[in-house]
Design a binder for this molecule. Structure first.
Ligand SMILES: O=P(O)(O)OC[C@@H](O)[C@@H](O)c1c[nH]c2ccccc12
Length: 277
């Protein structure tokens, strides 16, 4: 029962299209990568780096940034031409990021598994595999690639599958970032999932427009023991200051950093409002 359920009837056709494609992709991958191969790859990986722990540490002192490595998106097309995942990873780390998020979806975001591997090898930061999880098998695959955390998009999953995916992540020592877009999804996450790491995506799935007021609205219904992450459409230090008024001190930012010539300087500017720390 991994189809979009009734409470998600407002989800965009694009998300449905992506998840349908992903199910086909997963079936094909399962045929190629045996369980033994996945198990052995996991055994050879270095231990998961604490993703949530890093956000906690950075946000206790200032702001915590999950800096995203993203070449393109369905709504924006190509975002960065001279795309170089390990170089961007190093710039993000030097610029003061707490964690990385690396798009691995090839079909819609021009990502690749290799980008995750290359970025993670280049830095010490914990890395989120940013992809569309529709099957717990992908969680083992993510750990086999080195991922420290995975994303659970509530709009794409029913409660049972979301729970299964979360359990799979925690069993492998990874953190799960739960992503919600509205009150209904937030309520489902609060009721059914254990992870205390909740991302509020400001992007409206139907129109693709972003409005950071979404974070402000949803933050009001989230208990204090959750670590909230503001996601999408966050462009400036002022945006960080504004959302911090709602208790949000961790942020997932991609496009506004990926579009800058100097990613390191842009990262520092975003975090501090100044050119150098
Ligand atoms: O590039 P932006 O607007 O800073 O957004 C980053 C991130 O929030 C966005 O890429 C994202 C949020 N949830 C996702 C799910 C799948 C793919 C991508 C995403």
């Amino acid at each position: 029962m991994n189809i979009i359920n009734a409470s998600n009837k407002n989800s965009s056709n694009k998300l449905i299209e992506i998840c349908n494609f992903k199910r086909g992709e997963v079936a094909a991958r399962k045929a190629i990568k045996s369980n033994n191969f996945i198990k052995e790859s996991i055994d050879q990986q270095s231990k998961p780096r604490g993703f949530k722990a890093s956000l906690e540490k950075f946000s206790a002192e200032h702001f915590a940034l999950i800096a995203e490595i993203k070449a393109a998106s369905p709504s924006k097309g190509l975002i960065r031409a001279d795309f170089n995942p390990p170089a961007h990873a190093i710039d993000y780390e030097k610029g003061g990021a707490a964690c990385l998020s690396i798009l691995t979806d090839e079909q819609f975001f021009k990502g690749h598994d290799d980008y995750l591997v290359a970025a993670r090898n280049a830095v010490k930061l914990p890395c989120l595999r940013k992809d569309f999880m529709v099957d717990p098998w992908q969680i083992a695959e993510s750990r086999a690639l080195g991922a420290d955390a995975i994303l659970i998009i509530m709009a794409a999953l029913d409660d049972i599958l979301a729970k299964e995916i979360e359990i799979a992540a925690h069993e492998l020592g990874m953190d799960a970032l739960i992503e919600v877009h509205d009150e209904t999804e937030a309520e489902r996450a609060l009721t059914h999932l254990n992870s205390r790491l909740l991302g509020v995506n400001n992007r409206n799935l139907a129109t693709f427009e972003t409005d950071i007021a979404t974070c402000e609205r949803i933050s009001k219904m989230v208990p204090k023991d959750y670590l909230l992450v503001g996601e999408s459409g966050i462009n400036t230090h002022q945006d960080l200051m504004r959302l911090s008024q709602s208790g949000i001190k961790s942020f997932l930012v991609g496009e506004s950093l990926m579009r800058q010539d100097d990613v390191k300087v842009a990262t520092t500017m975003l975090l501090t409002g100044e050119k150098s720390i």
